[in-house]
Design a protein around this ligand. Structure first.
Ligand SMILES: [Zn+2]
Length: 279
């Protein structure tokens, strides 16, 4: 499933063609939504936002199209009148005079007023979006000390969208590696410094993935490796999906395990000592 940085980049790509334009036509595949087409025609699109892994197309009349792609949904942006070559089923089309944003295969599409957004069952349980300009590492550090979260294992907590939203499986492995923490540790086990470093890693690595299109490895190292002709899957991450390969920092073999039901990758040397190892 795409994680917060991928959804945000997709929202940016759609926003570039839709924002500020009036909707020439909005088409819904689902019958129960079709009555909205009339209400949205001619309305100016105010913006396209991601909230965790969900997306909102926001209209000037206070109406929003909410979508969550889960594993299957896929957006395409095309010049108006062109369709992508795909066997997928079109579920939503937002046309401006010159462009079309087309959502295929997604089944979670809803139309919500601004007032309904806060009460939406998915949106209302989301923790702060790590990529939001309003969320800083200090805010994340405060949540790590919060009684709701401080006794959860880090492996489970970092996947919980109610803690902070936008993290997913590759970010979890990468954040814990950078913070040099074991997934079984809990916030309550950490000293103040380790907790602060974890909050910084959550923020920095997620923003790096957004900026660099999913790359979480050290940017200089990634650039050097790419320059040497190393394929993207080999230079993209520190540890994720690198089972058996050498740790980029210490040379130890990366280990794959399961944490909270999902695969996780760690360096047994860099992450074995917990907070005392984070010098
Ligand atoms: Zn290592």
């Amino acid at each position: 499933m795409p994680e917060g940085p991928e959804v945000r980049r997709e929202a940016d790509r759609i926003a570039r063609v839709l924002t500020g334009e009036p909707a020439a036509e909005v088409w819904f595949a689902f019958e129960h939504l079709q009555a909205w087409s009339h209400c949205l025609r001619g309305e100016v699109i105010q913006g396209v936002e991601s909230r965790g892994k969900a997306m909102l197309v926001r209209f000037a009349n206070g109406v929003n199209i909410y979508s969550h792609n889960q594993l299957y949904g896929r957006w395409f942006v095309k010049p108006r009148g062109e369709l992508p070559v795909t066997n997928r089923q079109l579920r939503l089309a937002v046309h401006t005079e010159k462009h079309s944003a087309l959502l295929y295969s997604a089944s979670e599409i809803e139309v919500l007023s601004d007032e309904e957004l806060d009460g939406h069952p998915f949106l209302k349980r989301l923790g702060p979006d790590v990529l939001s300009a309003q969320v800083r590492a200090d805010d994340i550090e405060a949540l790590l000390a919060d009684s709701r979260f401080r006794r959860r294992s880090l492996g489970a907590l970092l996947l919980d969208q109610g803690f902070v939203s936008g993290l997913g499986n590759y970010l979890r492995s990468e954040i814990l590696f950078v913070a040099r923490l074991d997934p079984a540790q809990r916030p309550v086990d950490l000293g103040e410094r380790a907790r602060s470093e974890l909050a910084t890693a959550i923020s920095d690595i997620t923003h790096r993935a957004y900026r660099l299109g999913g790359v979480t490895n050290d940017p200089d190292d990634a650039r050097r490796l790419r320059g040497e002709g190393v394929p993207r899957r080999e230079y993209r991450h520190y540890v994720f999906a690198r089972s058996g390969k050498r740790c980029r920092l210490c040379g130890e073999a990366i280990v794959k395990a399961v944490s909270a039901g999902r695969r996780i990758y760690t360096c047994p040397c860099c992450q074995s000592t917990g907070p005392s190892g984070s010098s």
